[in-house]
Design a protein around this ligand. Sequence first.
Ligand code: F6P
Length: 538
Amino acid sequence: MTLDAAWKRVHAEAERLRPLHLREMFAADPDRFAAFTRGVDDLFVDFSKERIDQGALDALLALAGAAGVEAKRDAMFAGAAWNLTEGRAVMHMALRGGAGEVVEIDGQDVMPEVKAGLDAFLKFAEDVRAGRARGSSGAFTDVINIGIGGSDLGPVMATRALRPDHDGPRVHFVSNVDGAHIADVTAGLDPKTTLVIVASKTFTTLETMANAAEARAWLARTVGEAAVGQHLAAVSTNLDATGDFGIRPERVFGFWDWVGGRYSLWSSIGLPVAIAIGAAKFREMLAGAAAMDAHFQAAPLAQNLPVLLALIGVWRRNAMGWPTVALIPYDQRLERFAAYVQQLDMESNGKRVTRAGDPVPRATGPIIWGEPGTNSQHSFFQLMHQGADVIPTDFILARKPRGASEKMHGLLAANCLAQAQALAFGKTAQEVEAEMTAAGTDPEEIARLVPHRTFPGDRPSTTILHDALTPFALGRLVALYEHKVFVQGVIWDVNSYDQWGVELGKALAKALIPAALGGPAPAGVDASTAGLLAALKG
Ligand code: F6P
């Protein structure tokens, strides 16, 4: 089947299903839950509450076939220069052993270097934890990771997610070039017992370099210039620049240009996580991601979890025309997961031209956002239930709590399932009327309130369950979303691995810095920016 024919079939299925309410779809098929759930080990995905049936799923699987998902997946895993605008392989899977024993990139097996790199930063993490790597006044009690985007979001997200595994020094994160960030993080920390990790793939990012300079000065004021080096480490692919910054070579942990920034949690960018949880647990996280790599490579499309999540996303975005996705973990420790997936997904698939440079003839990456439940129930869920837009939702929930009350976990789980239920099935006017009548409400009052108390329902969601948020489960969950993004990139035919869209703002900011610091506005600047620069001066 041609790609065009496959898309036509998907749209025809969408037209067929559009008039049906999820209530009707559940009523019509008592086996819906069995038909639209899949799992691997303890990871379980229920997409029965998506507005999809077997015909639609078959059409989506045919689309994946026509787009060549399997062959392209195999090419990526084989080390092809899949990131074609930068001429690079996409091989973060190698970092977790998920791409095989031998991984050739440009004809060279990179695995010996990968293993040596992993051993080196994990050894350093253990040395910091054990007090063997020391500052000028002894063991480190605190670590500050300075980085932004992929050099921040993965480590922050994972460090918070794995709170019960922390048994190392306290780990803090500074990302924003707003000086308030570093000021607030360093307040109360003792430079004498603090290690600063400067994490930047390029080691040129404005925010990180500015924060690194601030941190260096903060250290030097207390420990003295001569001892600053003992308090610094770096993670980067730009080893010349780390040397120029004065970081000792044995405190610099490298990685490779075939690891995208937003895919770099598995590399030495994970150093702060390893310092918090230790090398063994960090390796468990890698093993979880490798397990998902193996599943993604081997499972048939119809059973393949990243492929199915990707197809559901394509259905939501292109067939149904819904532009956004809410990502709602019912897990407080995943409080930064939506922010992490936001970069992973939106920086990867927020593209409008094909790999060949032509306009993509359809919508591409959706807007991803979210906050953990149950907090989000008390903020934006109102709009999700009764607002004008349909917002498809991914729920994430563990079967068991870690180091927390079983009873409270029951409350959490009940709320998660209830929200998915309410979104899907809603509450009809008749149900509201019957309920109010039974409560003895005056008929006039009932008539007045029914429209306000009715829930349309028919709002789709997918629920992802796993046993518990362990390092293994976290690694597997992140890799699930990584591969989902890859599959969607293949279906939309975009390059998911570059990010030219962030460059313009960076260049313009550079040009505005002198004016923002009080100098004159640059010549020829637009009237609004010139006006704002003047207004900034007060
Ligand atoms: O925002 C653009 C970006 O290049 C991201 O892709 C990247 O994760 C982030 O900046 C940080 O880059 P670096 O690690 O090179 O400092």
